[in-house]
Design a protein around this ligand. Sequence first.
Ligand code: NDP
Length: 336
Amino acid sequence: MQRIVLASRPNGAPTPENFRLESLDIPTPGKGEVLVKAEYMSLDPYMRGRMDDAKSYAAPVAVGAQMEGGAVGEVLISNHPDLTPGDKVLGMFGWASHAAVPGDELQKLDASLTPTSLALGALGMPGFTGWHGLTVHGRPKAGETLVVAAATGPVGSMVGQLAKAAGLRVVGIAGGGEKCALATRTFGFDACLDHRAYDTAQELQAALTEICPDGIDIYFENVGGKVLEAVLPLMNRFGRIPLCGMIAWYDGAADTQLSGPGIWRTVLVKHLSINGFIIANHFDQYPAFLQEVGPMVASGQVKFMEDVAEGLENAPTAFMSMLKGGNTGKQVVKLA
Ligand code: NDP
């Protein structure tokens, strides 16, 4: 089998030297365990955080240890009563071609789910994140205006499409003209701004002011940085900010003029609600999400897009590219 380990911790943006491809014997599953051959593995922004040893909500990956993450695959050998060879399963196998994992930690996928990579994107953790953040913390109402950045990714595109279905005016922010066209044409956003086309937060804010004439009621926060700086002053009274991510700062660089007093004053006088959340703590709601959104994806009402890299050895390059916006849609890796 092959796997990718964390070779060293990044200093700023990750580089190829931070990763190492290793070959090992295929593991033998123990009592209650299952041997899985991975088909698709997920690449997610949170993995950048696991590469650092700073204190966080989850333990860091140790130097020399396998990179962690979700994956789907096929059961080859089963020592678990509920799983048989040929079953498709979802689990945290990490960046590896094979894994021997406790059967109790796996979720058996519905045989009708195609592609199985959907369990890593629109119908997996990122789609669920968008649904949870929007419904629980965004509390959307028809006629309101919502803004979301990383608009064509699996979180942002889910947020935008669900908000649209709920009758909101939806404005995306994405990197580049092609992604903006995708947001409006494929995902049905009302408008989309290319954040790379504006050098400063003030310029982005001026453009947002024009396309959000009634202000902003919900800002689904995925990125921080320049976008947050542009959006915050445009929030309406009693606006909501589901605080999901801040990818602009994951490498540690603060590319913003945001000031603590300025932020707090805005939150205070506008009666804003800001709710941070870590989706791993809310999986009790996952069945409700699947029940509501599963049929919307199956019928095509909610669309999804995937960016498929080929081969485990190309995972680090795809990951580094995704962090900078090189992905179009949910970034997965198809294993040989
Ligand atoms: P995406 O597939 O959308 O990939 C990340 C995107 O972030 C890039 O494609 C890029 O899009 C955008 N981006 C990168 N740098 C910047 C920047 N400086 N300014 C603006 N945009 C930037 O990711 P996901 O949909 O998987 O995740 C979206 C966010 O949700 C992330 O912050 C992630 O950490 C967070 N998240 C949080 C969870 C939680 O439990 N709280 C769970 C899952 C995700 P573009 O080219 O359009 O700019």
